[in-house]
Design a protein around this ligand. Structure first.
Ligand SMILES: [Zn+2]
Length: 73
């Protein structure tokens, strides 16, 4: 079964929950903490993608430097 990142509005916590696609689609996944079925999907940005206001200076040669680039951040 796939894993989903879900946030409970009541608890304010995020959970990584394994559930069937049908359960996800029909909101049958209960919060592990309070049992609420009103969990919301958390869409996480792909690695390396930053939100506009938090954009860090990026090395123009990052594709060459890779993860060891000292210019990032
Ligand atoms: Zn909850």
């Amino acid at each position: 079964m796939p894993f989903y990142d879900l946030r409970c509005p009541k608890c304010g916590k995020e959970y990584n929950i394994s559930a069937s696609m049908a359960d996800k689609a029909e909101k049958r996944i209960p919060c592990p903490d309070c049992g609420s079925l009103d969990l919301q999907t958390v869409y996480k940005a792909a690695p390396g993608v930053l939100k506009g206001s938090q954009k860090a200076p990026e090395c123009p040669n990052r594709h060459i430097c890779g993860a060891g680039c000292h210019h990032a951040g």
